[in-house]
Design a protein. Sequence first.
Length: 389
Amino acid sequence: MSQKNAIVRFVLEQKKSAEKVSTVLVRILKNKKTSDNFLHTVIQNPRDNKAAYRFFCNSFKTATERRRWYENYLDVYTRFMNAQMRSASCIEDMLKIVPNLSPWTLEQRFETIKIGSIPPAFVSELHFISLLAKINRSSAVTRFKQIKRLECHLSDFRAAFPEVKKIDWFNLSARSRFLGQLMHEKCGTPFIVKQDGRAYQITFLCNPYSNKMVFKVQSPEKETFILKLSPYCFLTTPNDRVRKEHENMAIRADSTYSDALLEFYLKLNDCPHAPDILYYHFNHEVALYRAAQGKPFHSGKNKNKYLDFYSFNTKVVSDSMRLGVYVNDINAGNFLVSKEDGFVKIIDIGHATFVNPLTPEVPGLTFTLGNLCGRDYISIAGVLEVEDD
């Protein structure tokens, strides 16, 4: 193993003469000061995580010894991460380590779940929130909610939009085309929203199968932003039922919340594939991005290439993979080659998986990210490790 791996280097520096690596790993966990230093090295070097884990696992003679060490590691790591949460000054301190922090834990620790900041184009947070309220009251959003409500009741939907009778509703492609065209016709016309004397042009980017509303926003200075907004915000939580509804919506696959955490995790770790996410607020269920300029990755010479999970993650967005984020939804509309720096940007990260074995889940602190895109490749590959007796 290369000494360039900071996590491995830390362990090898603790090694006594003729001592086996497996013995060092067991010894490190027995001493709080050494184990804390070890875990600080782990969380500060997320790109070295998986390679170090493989090296450590291979140092044990038997699977039983390896599993025993990892179970002990999980206990020490859990105590360490809970201490990190208690001492964190802001959400970003934790989000740079793992992107799957549970909303209930963040609310208990920080009260308000707010990440990033509002850019000058929106004057202030109050100005921005007032603008959101007007967008939510727009006729475009009203018509969108009507379509989504009727969509759940096919007979009512057919009565409101008789042209749907011409298609096979249970053919996914036909239904998708119909709903996309209907939403574009009813909701897609650009409109102006004025706030404190400033006029913003808003365009609803209609996606029939997203649980988010996505808008293109142009400021008076012609700066372009992307706004991802849930149709339902939770400004107050009067009882436990409403709280659970909000939490369940947040941890759903491809939610505004889970997408924002993944994207901020990549951004905080200087990943070149991260979109330029600027701000997220839990109560308003809103995320704001600076719009990326460029061309679709899956076009030209790449039109029919890198469409499988392995090649896309290892060849196209390799740095996000090194950080433990694996893209499952490899849809051509989700990736853009940036005009600014030439890197492939993940402009819609929903349904991604996070796996970094030395920064695993912590009970009560994290949740498993959802995936509704139809396949979970990492879980399938994981079966190779767990054999039947």
